[in-house]
Design a protein. Structure first.
Length: 81
């Protein structure tokens, strides 16, 4: 559980700092795929943590699905740009 907390903290700090950097510099179109990738990974870790807390949690399934979708979308934007 301690490892998941550290990973959550690192991913959230990276995502928020990249979003802030994109807002300050005005280069948000270059930063959005990276931000989405880190926040998608954060959602994936949240879903895994939810599975460890409860066995039949629909919120965990939703978080994992949203995380995988966000990572997929960021991957597609890496390919197209």
């Amino acid at each position: 559980m301690v490892l998941l907390k550290i990973v959550k903290l690192i991913l959230s700090v990276l995502g928020i700092s990249l979003a802030g950097y994109g807002l300050v510099t005005g280069e948000s179109t270059k930063i959005i795929p990276y931000t989405m990738m880190f926040l998608g990974a954060y959602m994936l870790v949240l879903g895994i943590e939810e599975f460890k807390r409860k066995q039949n949690s629909y919120i965990g399934y939703i978080q994992v699905a949203v995380g995988i979708f966000a990572i997929y979308v960021s991957y597609q934007s890496f390919i197209t740009t």
